[in-house]
Design a protein around this ligand. Structure first.
Ligand SMILES: C[C@H](O)[C@H](O)[C@H]1CNC2=NC(N)=NC(=O)C2=N1
Length: 97
């Protein structure tokens, strides 16, 4: 099931195919910093990501300062990483044109 916690080995395998994302120190989430040309591009990325998040019913923890967007993904319901985190991370990577 998509919302089932992944074992560490499976999570590491999924992570290795995912450009730019790192495992958090406690292994319970993945994160990536996205830096754009300006605020407008950063916010366009956030808008696309928000729509993808709604479709997946899976939502990022994120912050934005000017042209930088810091994203952390984890599945709160599972208290760790699930397939959904990797799906959303893939979708976000895909918005980098
Ligand atoms: C009720 C609703 O489906 C859940 O609360 C969803 C919504 N979005 C979510 N997003 C994330 N990142 N983790 C969750 O556990 C989660 N749960």
């Amino acid at each position: 099931m998509a919302r089932q916690k992944l074992d560490p080995e499976t999570a590491m395998k999924a992570l290795s195919g995912l450009e730019g994302w790192k495992l958090s120190d406690d292994g319970g989430s993945i994160r990536r910093r996205f830096v754009f040309r300006d605020f407008s591009e950063a916010f366009a990325f956030m808008t696309r990501s928000a729509l993808a998040a709604e479709k997946l019913n899976h939502h990022p923890d994120w912050s934005n300062v000017y042209k930088t967007v810091d994203v952390t993904l984890s599945t709160h319901d599972a208290d760790g990483l699930t397939e959904l985190d990797f799906k959303l991370a893939e979708a976000m990577n895909g918005f980098l044109e």
